[in-house]
Design a protein around this ligand. Structure first.
Ligand code: FDA
Length: 505
């Protein structure tokens, strides 16, 4: 099998033969294990050898991806594409059926064009590499995407992608102008040749369903030379409950330049004392100087009592480091580090709030957090630009009417099924508890916070109606259009995984 696969790669390569095998890795090689280990941002599945790829391909060019697609098809092997490896359920590096993992680690160049205010970024780059490259050229340009610098461009843009600029500029996917893409036949397409329907689907319809996106052309956004950040910690007592209450009513209606998110968690340090305490953080980016922020807060959220001394002015790129948890004096180059800062076992779930969560339910969240060591509930405010874009503009449908997104996250450090089960049961319990307070019909979810508990495809093929159980949660009315695009773009359902878009039937 191995010889046949290599032979196939050789004859289809445009060079006519494989000059070097440095981009094909087999289970026996040391590079194979290192690649697999570093791919897995969530090490929950590291020891499950049955799910490992037959080959890992680390292409240096689009042609090498093309060859890997053709030969995988020919040898009945599925493909899993990995850009940053942050998939919450490991779908970029795990599969129950024999597969080839295409790791885009070597395809990560970025070119910024300030005159056009655009950039081309390869899928294998990380958000940190993108932010760094923009900042190298300009202090007044940025890009609206996620907070964690090690997240990969490929998966993140494919699922939408949001961070501190979402209220001002929307999702990463809202700011994509063009893309290079390889389909199941190995054809390389751009926006014009793939057509508007497929171009619509790859900007938010989730990774791994339609083909492989090699690179994206993005529109840079303007940021002011000075921005202001603050983080206010409050013990989640009765008074702070009132603040959470006020935040829920105000955060989506604040001016678009102001983003304030909430994180509910134990204070830092796993001491006995911190374990008995739950705090709420008001964590904010304002696109402007402190002397504009303080009066604005006095007017729109006076209860928080924000003072100038709570705030720090900095450049936008410094705020990227701030939100990623780095220190003020850390060098900008930390953004280029692909190693995840806090690699640990984790499980997450997500919800959208369409109305404020009552105080007793916030109290319930507090009690739940007291049962776990390292767990968070993060609420990201919507409104602003997000409500000006229609639900069907892109596959990501969570626009007007959503006050905020909620992410529940639990982490642990001890390996083993029993340990994992304990924490996963905890998060399931919290998710069940939250049901009455969040969106319903459907209970919506965000594809980039992938959660296989909400439903999975039957292997090898799921019908459209079976998949609609989970698909409508991620995409609402856009799910049907996605399935139609899938039918035209990949009628053989070659690109598939546990939550890939099914064919419309
Ligand atoms: P990965 O490589 O695992 O890919 C994810 C999925 O996309 C897989 O199905 C994969 O096969 C597919 N895929 C990858 N590259 C592809 C390509 N080139 N073409 C086609 N399909 C491709 N989200 C957010 O919106 N805001 C945030 O702030 C954060 N923060 C964050 C922090 C941390 C620590 C984690 C683990 C995750 C986040 N996320 C996030 C979620 C993140 O956006 C999501 O997991 C992305 O899919 C990750 O993209 P990667 O390329 O890293 O993942």
């Amino acid at each position: 099998d191995h010889d046949n696969f290599v032979h196939c790669m050789s004859i289809h390569s445009s060079a006519g033969y494989i000059k070097s095998f440095k981009y094909l890795h087999t289970p026996g090689s040391t590079s194979y294990f290192n690649l697999l280990q570093s791919a897995q941002q969530n090490p929950r599945w590291l020891n499950s050898s049955s799910l490992r790829p037959r080959y890992i391909v680390t292409p240096y060019s689009a042609d090498e991806i093309r060859v890997a697609v053709i030969c995988s098809r020919k040898h009945n092997l599925q493909i899993r594409v990995k850009s940053g490896g942050h998939d919450y359920e490991g779908l970029s590096y795990l599969s129950k059926t024999p597969f080839v993992m295409i790791d885009l680690i070597n395809l990560r160049s970025i070119s910024v064009n300030l005159e056009e205010e655009t950039a081309w970024v390869h899928s294998g780059a990380t958000l940190g590499e993108l932010y760094y490259s923009i900042a190298q050229k300009s202090r007044v340009h940025g890009f609206p995407a996620g907070l964690c610098p090690s997240v990969g461009i490929g998966g993140h843009f494919s699922g939408g992608g949001f961070g501190t600029l979402l209220r001002k500029h929307g999702l990463a996917a809202d700011n994509i102008l063009d893309a290079y893409f390889i389909d199941a036949n190995g054809d390389i397409l751009d926006r014009e040749s793939m057509g508007e329907d497929l171009f619509w689907a790859i900007r938010g319809g989730g990774g791994g369903s339609f083909g492989i996106i090699i690179a994206w052309k993005i529109k840079l956004v303007r940021v002011p030379p000075v921005v202001t950040v603050f983080t206010i910690h409050k013990n989640l007592d009765q008074e702070a409950m009132q603040l959470v209450h006020k935040w829920q009513r105000a955060a989506d209606k604040l001016p678009e330049d102001l983003f304030i998110r909430i994180v509910i968690q134990h204070p830092d340090g796993p001491t006995e004392e911190t374990q008995k305490t739950v705090e709420v953080l008001f964590n904010s980016l304002f696109l402007g100087p402190v002397n504009e922020l303080v009066p604005l807060m006095r007017k729109s959220f006076p209860e928080l009592g924000l003072l100038e001394e709570n705030c720090t002015q900095m450049s936008w790129i410094e705020s990227v480091l701030y939100f990623a948890g780095f220190k003020r004096d850390d060098r900008m180059e930390v953004l280029l580090d692909r190693i995840v800062q806090y690699k640990s076992y984790f499980k997450a779930k997500t919800d959208f709030a369409e109305r404020p969560i009552p105080e007793n339910a916030v109290q319930g969240i507090r009690e739940a957090l007291l049962q776990e060591e390292v767990a968070f509930v993060i609420m990201d405010p919507f409104g602003g630009k997000m409500e000006k874009i229609s639900e069907s503009e892109l596959p990501f449908p969570h626009r007007k009417g959503n006050l905020f997104n909620i992410q529940y996250l639990v982490k642990w450090s001890v390996d083993g099924n029993a340990e994992a089960k304990k924490h996963i049961n905890w998060i399931k319990m919290l998710y069940k508890y939250m049901k009455p307070y969040v969106s319903r019909s459907p209970r919506a979810a965000y594809i980039n916070y992938r959660d296989l508990d909400i439903g999975m495809n039957q292997q090898p093929n799921s019908s459209y109606s079976e998949a609609a159980v989970w698909g409508r949660k991620y995409f609402k009315g856009n799910f049907k259009r996605l399935a139609g695009v899938k039918m035209r773009a990949d009628p053989g359902n070659f690109f598939r995984n546990e939550q890939s878009i099914p064919l419309l039937s």
